[in-house]
Design a protein around this ligand. Structure first.
Ligand code: ADP
Ligand code: MG
Length: 445
């Protein structure tokens, strides 16, 4: 992308309505604009990050044989009356009446709709196990939308639903989801810690929330610092293996880690004192096993091998995709701007031309741009006629992990400069060497 042709409306001033860094930076870097309270438009660069997160979510879900689909945003109230949640959900549900006076709603979640699809289409244990998911906009009329996309009213969520014959199978699905989520967050460059949580309106005894530690997080959390040493790394997981998924679940949930809703001082006191931590966290996902709560209410049954009909065991699993953009920035920024982890950066590398219109600088920038584009590294080329200081400030603000600076002085010796946004360290090298180095650095993207 050539910056002179892009739409990236950056702001010099700090927007006064934003209270936390991620919200300020998302506005300043031109990722989002507010449409109304808690409702945002995603401008091209913000949308690019969002799509990148969706892609990672899709890839990791499909590795576990979870099938993508798409359900509508608008749902009929009838199904929600069947489950009893039409009244329970209260004012967070946006209720709509259509021209025929039928009660509709903008979906805050999809347990009812997916269970309805299941009960119509699946009748036998032979069609199980089954996990379906979608990534779709939700609406919850939050009383206090705030912190930009972190607590919006309209927000993008991945929500998945497992259907299993037995509780045992459904608990495997639960563990399997936990592993896919750990993988997903790690690929995004985030540490999200699974913490024992409270069932809330969805209900259920088995539930974990995934929390990113950040001072601006809305949840209070308590944990054993040993949990922050755990990573999956590049372990290849066999998602069909009950033992393997369970072992990983146990590995990550054995150290104490709970949100304030389930926190227990007596159990916490057993953690060695020097490892006890209390902090704040951002909830970026949650998994639930809730048994037959919805299948009982909506009469979703399957035939067992011996011919009887039993309600199907279910769970639901959510990732806050739009909230993750904010959480990523909360966890990765400095006073100058965003520092995107390589896996999610809208552009992993920026090319800065210090003398736009200079024959040599323009030629080398064009060559770099062509070679990096051909290598699939999606460079952003700052080809504006601006002072060096202004270009650097913009690049620091938007946070590409790598920057190649091309100036007349360096070029006299055949050199450009490669700079890491995270460390600020620079190295001079030939354009060819810079291309080779970037191919290496970004090989896993
Ligand atoms: N108002 C919101 N704005 C942005 N993301 C949200 C919002 N509410 C929930 N999410 C995200 O969606 C994920 C799944 O939602 P869920 O667990 O059903 O929500 P909640 O914990 O509010 O009941 C949450 O972990 C969170 O990351
Ligand atoms: Mg939740």
């Amino acid at each position: 992308m050539r910056l002179s042709r892009y739409f990236m409306p950056v702001l010099k001033e700090t927007p006064s309505e934003a209270q936390i860094a991620s919200h300020r930076l998302m506005l300043r870097a031109g990722l989002i604009r507010q449409a109304s309270a808690g409702i945002y438009s995603w401008l091209p660069m913000g949308y690019k990050v969002l799509r990148r997160l969706e892609q990672i979510v899709h890839e990791e879900q499909q590795k576990a044989n979870h099938h993508p689909m798409l359900m509508p945003t608008i749902q009929s109230a009838d199904l929600w009356r069947e489950s009893g949640r039409y009244d329970d959900y209260g004012q967070e549900m946006l209720r709509i009446t259509d021209r025929h006076d039928r009660d509709m709603l903008y979906g805050p979640t999809n347990e009812e709709l997916i269970t309805d699809i299941f009960r119509r289409e699946v009748g036998s244990y032979k069609q199980l196990p089954l996990t379906l998911y979608h990534i779709q906009w939700k609406f919850r009329d939050e009383i206090r939308p705030r912190f930009g996309v972190m607590r919006g009213r309209e927000f993008l969520m991945k929500d998945g639903y497992n259907f299993d014959l037995t509780k045992e199978d459904a608990l495997h699905a639960y563990n399997r989801h936990m592993v896919t989520y750990l993988k997903t967050y790690e690929r995004m460059g985030l540490q999200a810690i699974p913490m024992r949580a409270d069932g809330g309106p969805i209900g259920g005894d088995y539930t974990h929330e995934f929390l990113v530690l950040a001072d601006t997080g809305e949840s209070e959390v308590f944990y054993d610092s040993a949990v922050t040493d755990l990573t999956l790394g590049d372990r290849v997981v066999d998602y069909d293996s009950v033992a393997e998924c369970q072992a990983i679940m146990e590995e990550f949930t054995t150290p104490y880690a709970r949100t304030d809703e389930t926190h227990d001082e007596a159990i916490f006191a057993e953690v060695p004192e020097e490892r006890r931590r209390s902090a704040r966290g951002i909830e970026v996902g949650q998994i639930f096993y809730f048994g037959t709560k919805y299948s009982d209410a909506l009469n979703a049954t399957v035939q067992t091998p011996d011919g009887t009909n039993v309600p199907v065991h279910m769970g639901s699993h959510g990732i806050g995709v739009s909230r993750l953009v904010g959480a990523l920035i909360e966890a990765n920024h400095d006073e100058n701007g965003i520092i995107w982890p390589e896996g999610v950066a809208p552009f992993p590398v920026a090319i800065v031309n210090l003398k736009q219109g200079g024959a040599d600088t323009d030629r080398v920038c064009d060559e770099l741009y062509g070679a990096l584009t051909a290598a699939g590294l999606d460079p952003l080329y700052d080809d504006r006629e601006e002072r060096a200081g202004a270009k650097f400030a913009t690049m620091d603000l938007i946070g590409c992990p790598w920057r190649i600076t091309v100036g007349p002085r360096g070029l006299k010796e055949g050199k450009v400069e490669l700079t890491s946004r995270r460390t600020g360290e620079s190295e001079e090298m030939s354009p060819e060497a810079a291309i080779a180095r970037l191919k290496e650095l970004l090989a896993n993207r």
